[in-house]
Design a protein around this ligand. Structure first.
Ligand code: SF4
Ligand code: SF4
Length: 276
């Protein structure tokens, strides 16, 4: 007897499991049908982002942006290429850029200053990053995995590097200019640290010391703007840890406020008597 089962459309994952797909070779890697579908979605979202029209204005291909880019000096990366991908690339080239290259940029905005077309190159790279984080791309998870400690500091105290951390031992990846002597690109690192004018920013301890209220306000921004939700999709464990930290601070803040109110009430007694 043959059972007549209702027809069911297989999901892409099941389909792939049943019939391993012929992989499609993009410029840098092989792409499965599932990734191909996702790349089309990302491409659509990227071009519909309201910032796209504002940031991408055209390109002369002059390369001025790349000549001043610190990331281009050390990595296989160029802001000119990023802008070209944004302006004329297809879903595949965007997908390739989202895998790795977008994370080479240090968001210094030098490229924007140099671009005679007025492109916001650093801005469009940020839009690409948001896209990759929002969709929890596997490559993005791997790229950001070692930065849990930095993210924790950024999201709880608002900064993670202080002036006194600018030392050769802390930045070995800067290469021989930084690690071979106490010089960073020909300038004493001590001089560089002093270039930051506020004394309070000179030490790690003072940089990481923020009031509970500041910490809570900062975290509220991450909650209200959807950053926390994006992070949850990327790293749920880290997100839960951050939420726990902030919940503790909220309780701490609430207790401090109640103590303050009680103290005010105590003070009101003699004042009221005096006024009376
Ligand atoms: S913002 Fe990024 S792409 Fe632009 S110059 Fe700085 S590192 Fe390079
Ligand atoms: S500086 Fe502007 S116009 Fe020139 S290559 Fe870069 S993005 Fe294009």
């Amino acid at each position: 007897m043959v059972a007549h089962l209702p027809h069911r459309t297989l999901s892409l994952t099941e389909e792939e499991a049943a019939h391993p797909p012929a992989m499609e070779l993009t410029g840098r890697r092989r792409m499965s049908p599932k990734d191909r579908a996702l790349s089309e979605t990302l491409f659509g979202e990227f071009h519909q982002d309201p910032r796209y029209r504002e940031y991408v204005l055209g390109c002369l291909n002059c390369g001025e942006c790349t000549t001043g880019c610190p990331a281009a000096r050390f990595y296989d990366f160029s802001p000119r290429e990023m802008l070209q991908i944004a302006a004329t690339g297809d879903a595949t080239t965007l997908w390739d850029a989202l895998q790795e290259k977008i994370w080479s940029c240090c968001q210094c905005y030098t490229c924007n200053m140099r671009c005679r077309f007025g492109n916001d190159i650093a801005g469009i790279i940020s839009v690409m990053r948001e896209l990759s984080v929002r969709h929890g791309l596997e490559a993005t998870r791997k790229t950001l995995a070692p930065f849990g400690r930095s993210l924790t500091l950024l999201m709880t105290v608002g900064t993670q590097v202080s002036a006194d951390m600018i030392q050769p031992d802390f930045f070995r990846d800067w290469g021989p200019f930084a690690t071979g002597s106490d010089q960073v690109w020909g300038v004493s690192s001590e001089v560089m640290r002093k270039a930051i004018p506020l004394d309070v920013l000179q030490t790690t301890r003072s940089s990481w010391e923020v009031s509970v209220q500041t910490s809570l306000e900062l975290f509220r921004i991450y909650e209200e703007t959807g950053v926390l939700d994006m992070l949850r999709g990327l790293d749920p464990d880290l997100t839960e840890m951050l939420v726990d930290i902030i919940e503790e601070r909220r309780e701490e803040f609430q207790e401090a406020r109640e103590t303050y109110r009680a103290a005010l009430e105590t003070m009101k007694g003699p004042v009221a008597t005096f006024e009376g």
